[in-house]
Design a protein around this ligand. Sequence first.
Ligand SMILES: CC(C)(COP(=O)(O)OP(=O)(O)OC[C@H]1O[C@@H](n2cnc3c(N)ncnc32)[C@H](O)[C@@H]1OP(=O)(O)O)[C@@H](O)C(=O)NCCC(=O)NCCS
Length: 376
Amino acid sequence: MTDIARGLEGVNVTATKLCRIDGQKGELVYAGYDIFELADHSTFEEVAFLLWNLRLPNARELAELNQFLYTERELSDLNRRMLREIVGFVRPMRALEICVEAVGALDTKSSVLTPEQLRLTAARLTARMATIVAAYHRLRHHQEPVPPRSDLGHASNFLYMLTGHEPNELEARTFDVAMILHAEHEMNASTFSAIVTASTLSDMYSAIASAIGTLKGPLHGGANEAVFKTLQEIGDESNIPAYVDAMMERGDRVMGIGHRIYKTTDPRAIILERLGHQVADQAEERKWFDMSLKLRDYLAKKLEGRPLYPNVDFFSASVYHMLGIPSDLYTPIFALARITGWTAHLLEQYGDNRLVRPNAVYEGAENREYVGINQR
Ligand SMILES: CC(C)(COP(=O)(O)OP(=O)(O)OC[C@H]1O[C@@H](n2cnc3c(N)ncnc32)[C@H](O)[C@@H]1OP(=O)(O)O)[C@@H](O)C(=O)NCCC(=O)NCCS
C-alpha cells in the first residue's frame, strides 16, 4: 500500500530561519534566541522586528516600528461599520477573519509582494488586529470602542482598549510576555494554511484570513478557551479527581495537554506558570490559576509514563482570566500575537515560492457507468 503521511506528521514542508523547536528537550528558539531569554529581556515589538528581519532592532529601528504601529492602530470606517453590523451574531474569531479581509480590501498595494511592502502589511495587520478585537468586545457589550493611545506599547494599549483602564506594570508585562510566547511556533497548522494560500501568490491578507480560520479550531488555538471551560466545569478543586477520571474513562482529551511536537512540558507553559504566580499574588480572583496547578499535578500522576504534558494553553487560560480577559477572546489574542510569526513565514514563502500542491491516493470506485437521473 502507498504510504500516506496523515496529518503530515514528520514531513518537512519547507526550511525556515525563524524558529527551532526541540520537542524532546522542550526548547523553543526564535531566530537563534531562546524563548526564556526573550521572555526575560525582550518586548513584543522587538520580537516582531526580530521575526520580520531575523535580527533584533537597534533603538532607531525600534522607534520607527513603534511609530508605524501607532499610526496604524486606528480602524478604517469600513471596519467600524462592519463590526457594528456583525457584532451581534458572529463569534470573535470570525469577526477578526472578516475584518482582516476588509483591511486588505482597502489596501491598494495588497498585491505588491515585495519584502518592503510585505513588512509594512505585516506591521499594519499587527496594529490593526488588536484594535479590531478590542472594538468588537466593546461593541458587543453596547460600549463605544476605546480609541487607541499612542503613548502605550502594543500589549498595554490592547488591554487599555479592551477594558478602558490602563493596566498596571505587572499586568502589562505579563501580557507582553504572553504575546512573545505566542508570536511564533514553526510549522503549525495555521502557519501552514497561510503558506498554502500564499503559495498560489494570493496576497498576505487572504493568507492571514486562512490562518485565522485554521487557528479557530479546538485542536489548535481554540484549546485555551476550552481549558477555561474545563476549569469552570470542574468548579472546585475537590472535584478534580472525579472529573478527570470520568473524562479519561470516556476517552475524552484534556484540553491544554499534549502536543504534536513537545514530548515534555512546553517551555511556554513553564514561563506562563511563573508569571501566573506573580499575577495571582495581586489578583482579585486566583481560584482558576490555583485550580490549574492542582489539575496539572493530578494529571501528572494520571498520565505518568505517557508523553502528555501541559502545553501553552494550559496556563494561558487562567492567566488571561486574571488579567480581566473574557475566555472567548483567548483565541483571538493568540492570533494578535501569532500574526507576527505568520507574516514572517509569509515573507520567507514569497521570497522563495513554490506552489503547495500535494497528492492524494485515490481509493474510490472505478469504471462506473453513468446512469441518467430518471433511472437512479
Ligand atoms: C495537540 C494534540 C492534537 C496533538 O495530538 P497528536 O500529536 O495528534 O497526538 P495523538 O492524537 O496521536 O495522541 C497520541 C495519544 O495521546 C492521547 N492524547 C493526546 N492528547 C491528549 C489529551 N489532551 N488528553 C488525553 N489524551 C491525549 C491520544 O488519545 C492518543 O492516545 P492513544 O495512543 O492511546 O490512542 C493533542 O495532544 C490534543 O488534542 N490536545 C488537546 C488540545 C490542545 O491542548 N491543543 C493545543 C495544542 S498547543
